[in-house]
Design a protein around this ligand. Structure first.
Ligand code: GCO
Ligand code: MG
Length: 409
């Protein structure tokens, strides 16, 4: 019996205060449904419209088995394509169809991808603070919990610094160049960051793997300078040294330092990552799976990376639903060129809402080995965690230099 798509709808929920979009694909086989992640936390309402007003009517009645053709036909159905909104919408449906295929085959998705290359996926977690000691204390706690890969971020005093509390407390007010609110000065940060890692190595030793995220906030010359200044501290990787808009500067960055380079969470267009991979200008691909359209394109990207010596380090922050984390993990387990997995621990509300979440143990993420993603959602509970009120519906306020000019966040 051919099983067909009966309905496609979105579940908007925020169990940890972060806007998640989960897509549910219901089928003509009663009780058989699939879940997918379409989380673009700065524009969730736009993604929900794309799914419910465009993909749902376009795909109702389709044979659930035809994942690749459904992806290709939906992808070109907007004529203008790629980009985070349409790709996230595609991803929600795509991941849900892989969930359905796994359930029908009675296999976890990683088995459909060729089976396990490793028993679990080592993860990295975040340590941050207002000063070096706070960051290192945070790291000590994480190391005591079994983590061996730690990302470190420290606040530039008085500035809106990525990855620290100061960034979360940015002013959500409409400002302009004449009255900058959330100030960040690249040169101050470039002077401070190497001192953090010097302090960290002297307190944590050489064995712990350390990571850092520049978060695309530097002009190329400063990013290159920082990549050289951080070289002595043997980072596992340095992330987002440059923005997607400045791909050409990667050749200079690569030539200037031996530091391992990670890039990709902002990519939502194939042409952004192809040159970096085939010129081997990066060592880790950091794509956010739903931003490129889901598991179908991500498994191809992982295979491509294998042949250019690029390892995976999928984006896995708080603005990824448990389904998105499960999709990351399925690839982490199945691909030979796995590098590391970013992870943000689920709070209790999330664990209650999504029975079957991947398990964190000994610094690694473990699959539940159930068919499909092996995860379900309690929709009644999900409705009790509506999106938090926000003046910009989740959009990010501007980060500005002292002179008022806006910079990438
Ligand atoms: C990371 C990312 C995130 C992003 C966030 C955007 O490396 O985890 O940089 O912190 O900023 O996902 O919504
Ligand atoms: Mg990042």
């Amino acid at each position: 019996m051919t099983v067909r798509i009966r309905n496609i709808r979105c579940i908007a929920t925020a169990p940890a205060g972060i806007r998640l979009v989960v897509v549910k694909v219901e089928t003509t086989d009663d009780g058989l449904h699939g879940l997918g992640c379409a989380t673009f936390t700065q524009r969730p309402l736009a993604v929900i419209e794309a799914v419910e007003k465009y993909l749902a009517p376009f795909l109702k009645g389709r044979n659930v088995n035809e994942i690749e053709d459904i992806w290709q036909s939906a992808y070109v159905s907007s004529y203008w394509r790629q980009g985070p909104v349409l790709n996230n919408a595609l991803s929600g449906v795509d991941m849900a169809l892989w969930d359905i295929k796994g359930k029908r085959a009675d296999m976890p998705v990683h088995e459909l991808l060729g089976g396990k290359c490793r028993m679990a996926a080592p993860v990295y977690v975040h340590a941050s603070g207002r000063e070096f000691k706070e960051v290192v204390d945070d790291a000590h706690e994480l190391i005591a919990q079994g983590f061996r890969h730690i990302r470190m971020q420290v606040e530039v005093p008085g500035q809106a610094t990525y990855g620290t509390e100061s960034d979360l407390q940015t002013h959500e007010t409409v400002d302009g160049p004449t009255a900058p609110q959330n100030v960040f000065e690249p040169a101050d940060y470039v002077r401070l960051a190497p001192k953090l890692f010097e302090y960290a190595r002297s307190h944590l030793g050489d064995e712990i793997e350390l990571l850092h995220d520049i978060h695309e906030r530097l002009p190329a010359p400063l990013a290159i300078q920082l990549s050289k200044d951080l070289e002595p501290f043997r980072l596992f990787f340095l992330e987002d040294a440059l923005p997607p808009e400045d791909i050409n500067s990667f050749r200079r960055l690569r030539a200037a330092s031996s530091i391992p380079i990670a890039m990709g969470e902002l990519f939502s267009n194939v042409n952004e990552y192809l040159p970096l991979i085939h010129e081997q200008l990066i060592d880790f691909i950091r794509v956010h799976l739903s931003d490129i359209g889901g598991l179908t394109p991500a498994r191809k990207l992982a295979a491509l990376c294998e042949y250019f010596g690029v390892r995976t380090a999928w984006h896995g922050p708080g603005d990824t639903s448990p389904i998105g984390h499960a999709a990351n993990l399925a690839l982490d387990l199945a691909v030979p060129n796995f590098g590391i997995q970013e992870f943000t621990r689920f709070n209790q509300a999330t664990l209650d809402m999504f029975p079957g979440c991947p398990e964190l143990r000994d610094g690694m993420l473990w699959s539940n080995d159930q068919s499909g993603w092996g995860i379900d959602i309690d929709e009644q509970l999900a409705s009790q965690f509506p999106y938090p009120d926000h003046p910009f519906n989740g959009a990010w306020p501007a980060i500005r230099r002292r002179d008022g000019s806006v910079i990438r966040p």
